[in-house]
Design a protein around this ligand. Structure first.
Ligand SMILES: CC(=O)SCCNC(=O)CCNC(=O)[C@H](O)C(C)(C)COP(=O)(O)OP(=O)(O)OC[C@H]1O[C@@H](n2cnc3c(N)ncnc32)[C@H](O)[C@@H]1OP(=O)(O)O
Ligand SMILES: O=C([O-])CC(=O)C(=O)O
Length: 375
């Protein structure tokens, strides 16, 4: 893959630190986690294997995977004070705000007292995030206090089970593995950089992750999958989508789910999730929405040479699994936690406080005028 010329505002193209965790947009492979191509991982691994790779350095063998899953299963329960906080968050709150509060509250109840607790604190969050979002969602929307300690085999299965009140089928659990793998890690993206800046002050893990959640929430980053869904569900058919997209382009509107800060001609995660979106569409008679999405992709490439990023076909894939649109970005959190935390560990292991300089554009040095003489 050709590398994009990176320069200009937004720190684009500037190396802000070192990482051994992933490569993005490098020749030979679009995206690697610790040397493995994301396509290879998505085809051959479960998400828990990839979480182990990112957080602990290597893919697990079978015994290690079984032990890791057992550990995570045992960490799904929520403390009563956290449940009480979740019950007080209104139904119309944004689920990303619920995630942010849930993470922060857990940091009060189970504070990371020293850095040697960092892996356990991360595993706890990994197991608890689906419980947090579903506990709030089911309580606020259905009046149900769900039992979060399920025996589901996987994090994605646990999430879908709590959300729907019944175990997911194999296809849906498999797509969750793929999706969580695709979203797990992405070098110095905005939310990860937030986590690293926070870590560089020697702050605690929950603060780093809470800040990262807030950064991921925006529509230019993780929030794009929700924004893409809101756009495509308003189109009647592919021709209507083409007309709508052309209008948006003419009005110079940003179209969510397209473009990327680093990739130039494709996001390697797109083809993978697109494949699964198509498969899911056939399962639920969702061909029209899938075809609308494909037409959007064609129009954006033809008109602007802009391609779908990881978020665009995630919208239809999640929709076909009957996941409410506002829960799309919290799924990203459940996955990206692995990348964020691994970057926090990496920052801590070789730390210097991150403190860049600014180019000053304000007034020259001046004297304070006494208040009575101002105005
Ligand atoms: C998992 C993720 O977080 S992936 C990213 C998710 N975000 C989105 O999908 C939001 C929509 N996309 C965007 O806003 C941008 O493409 C970003 C934020 C992802 C990257 O921003 P940048 O690095 O500034 O983009 P880039 O330099 O490639 O932009 C080139 C030009 O294309 C335009 N452009 C880029 N993306 C889009 C888009 N989605 N719709 C319309 N125009 C776009 C830019 O406005 C810019 O035009 P200009 O030169 O006239 O100002
Ligand atoms: O790298 C980025 O800027 C955004 C992105 O795709 C991600 O975080 O997955």
């Amino acid at each position: 893959m050709a590398e994009k010329q990176l320069s200009g505002a937004g720190l684009r193209g500037q190396v802000a630190g070192k990482t051994a965790l992933s490569t993005v947009g490098k020749s030979g492979s679009g995206l690697t986690y610790r040397g493995y191509d994301v396509k290879d991982l998505a085809e051959n691994c479960q998400f828990e294997e990839v979480a182990h790779l990112i957080l602990k350095g290597e893919l697990p063998d079978q015994a290690q995977l079984d032990a890791y899953k057992k550990k995570l299963k045992g960490l799904r329960g929520l403390p009563q004070p956290l449940k009480e906080v979740l019950e007080r968050i209104p139904k119309d709150a944004h689920p990303m705000d619920v995630m942010r509060t849930g993470c922060s509250m857990l940091g009060n109840l189970e504070t990371e007292e020293s850095f040697d607790q960092q892996e356990d604190a991360t595993d706890r969050l990994l197991a608890a995030f689906p419980s947090i979002i579903c506990y709030w969602y089911r309580y606020s929307h259905d009046g149900v206090r769900v039992e979060t300690e399920t025996d589901d085999d996987s994090i994605g299965g646990h999430f879908l089970h709590l959300l729907r009140g019944e175990k997911p089928n194999a296809l849906h659990e498999n797509v969750m593995h793929v999706s969580l793998i695709l979203y797990a890690e992405h070098e110095f993206n905005a939310s990860t950089f937030t986590a690293r800046v926070c870590a560089s002050t020697l702050s605690d893990l929950h603060s780093c992750i809470t800040g990262a959640i807030g950064t991921l929430r925006g529509p230019l980053h993780g929030g794009a999958n929700e924004a893409a869904m809101e756009m495509i569900e308003n189109f009647k058919d592919p021709d209507d989508a083409e007309k709508g997209m052309l209008g948006m382009l003419e009005r110079k509107e940003k179209i969510m789910g397209f473009g990327h800060a680093i990739y130039r001609e494709s996001d390697p995660r797109n083809a993978i999730i697109k494949h699964w979106s198509e498969k899911l569409s056939r399962d639920v008679n969702g061909e029209n929405l899938y075809n609308i999405s494909v037409r959007c992709e064609e129009v954006m490439w033809r008109e602007k040479k802009l391609f779908c990023n990881a978020d665009f076909f995630h919208a239809s894939a999640y929709h076909f699994m009957d996941i409410p649109t506002k829960l799309f970005t919290p799924i990203f959190v459940m996955s990206r936690l692995t990348g964020w935390a691994a970057h926090v560990f990496e920052q801590r292991s070789d730390n210097r406080i991150i403190r860049p300089s600014a180019e000053y554009t304000g007034p020259e040095l001046r004297k304070v005028t006494p208040i009575a003489e101002r105005g």
